[in-house]
Design a protein around this ligand. Structure first.
Ligand SMILES: Cc1cc2nc3c(=O)[nH]c(=O)nc-3n(C[C@H](O)[C@H](O)[C@H](O)COP(=O)(O)OP(=O)(O)OC[C@H]3O[C@@H](n4cnc5c(N)ncnc54)[C@H](O)[C@@H]3O)c2cc1C
Length: 248
């Protein structure tokens, strides 16, 4: 079974987020990036586990993005992916564009399963997986927390309000992974050394115009200063909660 794992590059959670060009673009200068956690910790690790259990097949990681994204893909290779593909793309990435590129690659290279994370931690669209499935004309199961394979049939568990859904789907299909699917794996020294020589192909994007453009980012309102009351100022505290904070 050949599995294609989609990995996105996202700002480190400690990065200072700022915008430029009249708040229309993310200011990426000086920002440190990481692999999107859901993609690395759950989608990738479970794909590797299933390949290891089957003793056959291949796990490929794919990113649509900047031509120098090698280091993020090399980390995925160090964790255990077999090979990597970077679809070199201009700026202005949005889910439709990303999904079209990945679906085009998956279709022409006959992958049995395409796995995404449930969402990125930067743009949080929850969209790419479903769009890939639509482009590939196959099933999509979202927010899967458990994934097992028996031949070409997958058993997938989804957590739903107050319970769990268990479903079966035959390959080819697309799923989006979430917490619970696997335990994070840290790359070890052997993996890091091996990753340096694993294949990493760079291919040109099919291209096309994005369907959605960001008009403006609004930053959250800055929080007002904390007001401290001493223990004998209960009346003043109640008054402030009532008249200023308007919460009681
Ligand atoms: C100017 C600019 C440059 C950018 N450059 C890059 C870049 O070089 N690399 C990058 O990854 N992101 C880049 N991004 C972020 C990119 O826009 C988002 O990853 C993309 O729009 C999808 O995010 P989403 O929240 O819509 O996806 P969601 O639908 O929330 O993502 C769900 C899942 O889809 C998969 N996925 C999402 N995006 C990608 C991707 N680009 N490649 C592979 N799998 C993906 C992941 O598995 C993810 O967990 C850039 C954004 C801008 C504005």
């Amino acid at each position: 079974m050949n599995i294609l794992v989609c990995v996105s590059k996202v700002p480190d959670t400690t990065a200072k987020i700022a915008f430029k060009d009249n708040n229309t673009k993310f200011a990426s200068d000086g920002v440190t990036y990481i692999l999107n956690p859901t993609d690395e910790w759950y989608a990738l690790v479970r794909a590797i586990e299933l390949k290891e259990a089957a003793g056959a097949g291949k796990v490929t990681v794919i990113n649509v993005g900047a031509g120098d994204n090698d280091q993020y893909l090399r980390k995925a290779l160090a964790i255990g992916a077999d090979d990597a593909v970077l679809i070199e793309s201009a700026d202005d990435l949005e889910p439709f564009y990303v999904a079209k590129e990945i679906a085009n690659y998956a279709r022409t290279n006959n992958y049995d399963v395409v796995v995404t994370g449930k969402e990125t931690i930067d743009y949080n669209s929850f969209s790419v997986g479903g769009m890939i499935a639509e482009f590939m004309d196959c099933a999509f199961v979202s927010q899967v927390s458990k994934w097992d394979m028996n031949g070409n049939v997958a058993t997938l568990n989804r957590e739903v309000e107050g319970g769990e859904e268990v479903m079966e789907v035959s390959t080819p299909f697309v799923l989006s992974a979430q917490k619970g699917m696997a335990e994070q794996r840290l790359p070890n020294m052997k993996g890091i050394m091996m990753a340096k020589t694993k294949p990493l192909a760079k291919i040109a994007a099919v291209g096309g115009d994005p369907l959605v453009t960001i008009v403006k980012f609004d930053e959250p309102k800055s929080k007002s200063a904390v007001k401290l009351f001493s223990i004998d100022e209960v009346e003043a505290l109640v008054k402030a909660l009532n008249e200023e904070a308007k919460v009681i």
